[in-house]
Design a protein around this ligand. Structure first.
Ligand SMILES: [Zn+2]
Length: 183
């Protein structure tokens, strides 16, 4: 390749990376997500973040534990998102960031249509996908309703019951707006 061609290629690649980062920032992604999903430098990402979000990115690391995704209401939200995410990849090749943002949009649409509050943030959704990729979380079929839910990999599928079929005793007692109510 000529020098000019190489230069053009790198400019194009960079603009694609900026586009990708901008889309992620608009979705509410935190710095960890941007660093992982683009090739732009940290300084570059900080500048871009401030420009698009109009504020500095929040500091602090995300928790590295899978617990959040396994607690009752959070688990139902996580499962809904992951089912959409996996569905989108069926039979088509799709860019991983595109798949994530598309699935997240569909998840929030469904949640809002049901009059609920979206418990799963975009960054958490990204984290969930990472946990699944690392085989730290998976989906298990509920033995009652047959739905797929986020579980630990060694969950016993024969006896597994999801949080809707077998809600914890405290379920439905939450008065907070947007919480899941069981009737
Ligand atoms: Zn169930």
């Amino acid at each position: 390749m000529t020098t000019a061609a190489t230069a053009t290629k790198s400019v194009l690649n960079e603009s694609r990376q900026i586009e990708r980062a901008a889309m992620l920032i608009r979705m509410g992604a935190r710095m960890q997500v941007l660093e992982s999903e683009t090739t732009l430098s940290y300084e570059r990402l900080i500048r871009l973040y401030k420009e698009i979000a109009g504020k500095s990115p929040s500091k602090g690391q995300l928790p590295f534990s899978t617990d959040w995704f396994l607690t009752w209401q959070e688990n139902i939200h996580s499962s809904l998102f992951l089912n959409i995410y996996e569905y989108l990849a069926k039979g088509v090749s799709i860019d991983s960031v595109e798949q994530l943002t598309k699935a997240y949009r569909l998840y929030t649409e469904q949640i809002e249509a049901a009059g609920l509050e979206a418990l799963l943030s975009f960054t958490r959704a990204w984290r969930l996908v990472k946990f699944v990729d690392a085989n730290m979380l998976t989906r298990t079929k509920c033995s009652e309703c047959g739905g797929l839910f986020v579980t630990e990999p060694y969950e016993n599928a024969r006896h597994y019951q999801c949080g809707l079929c077998n809600p914890p005793a405290r379920a439905g007692k939450s008065k907070s707006a947007g919480a899941l109510q069981l009737h």
